[in-house]
Design a protein around this ligand. Structure first.
Ligand code: GAP
Length: 443
């Protein structure tokens, strides 16, 4: 049966109803384009970040991690080109005061909301400004970082000097970024506060094109491993008018969201633009000495830059399905087991005859290792449906046979198949189906 595509209304409603995502400051009417993650959402997002970290850092010898501060010396943003060039063209409606990105209006001469007259277009810098210390003057201005990448570039010499990394190698980081976007859209797709998962791979000039191709392939494999449907992801190469000021070549990985094909991740050949600029602005030596070839050079950088919130958005869109079954219907989220917020539901068939006691024992044994959910309310079918809707991959049922042979049933969410497993083997069964499912490749 072909999957019927979901709508944003259905996703937003499920996210609120089941505690995945809420509007920020909801009781005050919300803050535009800022969102909070609820009890299930925080698990989902944390699991996505953990999966990315495992894929990019922990299973490789040539990538190390970093956690740089959000606030950085303001000169960083002059060197990076963001003070001068991180702008969007902005127009205001003189009548209704709505603001628009001029480049998205497609030659419209009047306000698309009320038909009012528009102002001339002007450049609007997307960085949020704040002040360090008690005096609010121009000398104390700092910016909330609009990308995590710069924290990696300025730490390049620290990492080289304090570890044994040798080029080619990467530095990876997950963290918050902020952009005062003019137009925000589509729930958590484009927000003003978001998280990035970025990796900067430092290579010898001349080998950059080859590494660019290798990273493109690796990153597509990543989304397949995350069980995103392969026909829903594709590459989009940036044309000359789309390229960022730092990039010699760039491909987006796009996902087909309910509102169309949009960027999920950017892969950029940033050349040695950033390190050269920091060298110039800081006066510090950012060249690399290669022991083997005895050469000195400023490395080129291949960047892979994914949004954590945008991945949540893609995963939610991809996972959602409404299914008509023979005598029933269900909404099911097909999350990959690694990122599912709850790994197993634990159900005693009935609330008596010693079954809950066995179920508690199983729950208590699994709890230190996996988030599990104990539920004894209502018919088992209804309990399955509640777990299906939040994407729990496995449900463990304790029934009368359990008392005879110490086995339970484990029911798999997608195929709805069941198998009997010895209680003593439940933990290793979950390990095989969750932690050990993916065979990680290294580049
Ligand atoms: N360091 C390179 C960089 O920041 P980008 O294409 O501007 O490149 C990379 O951003 C990724 O960050 C995007 O592919 C997207 O996933 C995420 N992202 C960017 N702006 C965002 C926003 N306003 N809201 C949510 N995610 C955003």
């Amino acid at each position: 049966m072909a999957k019927v595509e979901t709508t944003m209304d259905k996703l937003v409603s499920l996210c609120k109803r089941r505690g995945f995502i809420f509007q920020s400051s909801d009781i005050y009417g919300g803050l535009s384009a800022v969102y909070d993650y609820g009890p299930l959402g925080v698990e989902l997002k944390n699991n996505i970040k953990k999966f990315w970290w495992r894929w990019m850092v922990q299973t490789r010898d040539n990538i190390v991690g970093l956690d740089a501060a959000i606030l950085m010396a303001p000169r960083v943003w002059e060197a990076s080109g963001h003070v001068e060039g991180f702008t969007d063209p902005l127009v205001d409606c003189k009548k209704c005061k709505h603001r628009f990105r001029a480049d998205l209006l497609e030659n419209l001469k009047a306000c698309p909301d009320c038909g009012g007259e528009l102002t001339e277009s002007r450049q609007f810098n997307l960085m949020f400004k704040t002040f360090v210390g008690p005096v609010e003057d121009s000398a104390s201005v700092v910016y909330l970082r609009p990308e995590t990448a710069q924290g990696i570039y300025v730490n390049f010499p620290n990492v080289v000097d304090s570890t044994r990394v040798k080029i080619p190698f990467g530095i990876a980081q997950i963290g918050k970024a902020f952009r005062n976007e003019i137009t925000t859209e589509n729930f958590i797709f484009r927000t003003r506060e978001f998280e990035q998962m970025e990796m900067q791979f430092f290579v010898k000039p001349g080998s950059d094109k080859e590494w660019f191709e290798r990273w493109k392939q690796d990153r597509i494999n990543y989304y397949k491993t995350l069980q995103i449907r392969p026909d829903k992801v594709r590459f989009h190469q940036h044309g000359p008018d789309e390229l960022a000021h730092y990039a010699a070549d760039a491909f987006d990985i796009q996902y087909e969201f309910p509102f169309g094909w949009k960027e999920l991740e950017g892969i950029h050949n940033r050349t040695n633009f950033d390190l050269n600029r920091h060298k110039e602005f800081s006066g510090k030596e950012l060249t690399y000495y290669d022991d083997e070839s005895k050469e000195k050079f400023v490395p080129f950088i291949i960047e892979t830059s994914a949004g954590a919130d945008r991945t949540v958005m893609a995963v939610l869109s991809d996972a959602y399905e409404e299914q008509q079954l023979e005598n029933d219907s269900r909404t099911v989220m097909h999350f990959a087991p690694e990122i599912a917020p709850i790994k197993a539901g634990i159900f005693p068939l009935v609330k008596k005859e010693g079954l809950p006691e066995i179920a508690y024992k199983i729950r208590d044994e699994l709890k230190p290792h996996y988030p599990v959910f104990y539920d004894e309310g209502g018919a088992v079918g209804r309990r399955y449906r509640r777990q299906d809707e939040i994407g729990t991959p496995f449900c463990i049922t304790i029934d009368f046979q359990t008392k005879e042979d110490e086995t339970v049933t484990i029911r798999e969410r997608d195929a709805m198949t069941q198998e009997r497993v010895k209680i003593n083997n439940v933990r290793s069964w979950l390990f095989e189906h969750i932690d050990n499912r993916v065979k990680f490749n290294t580049l």
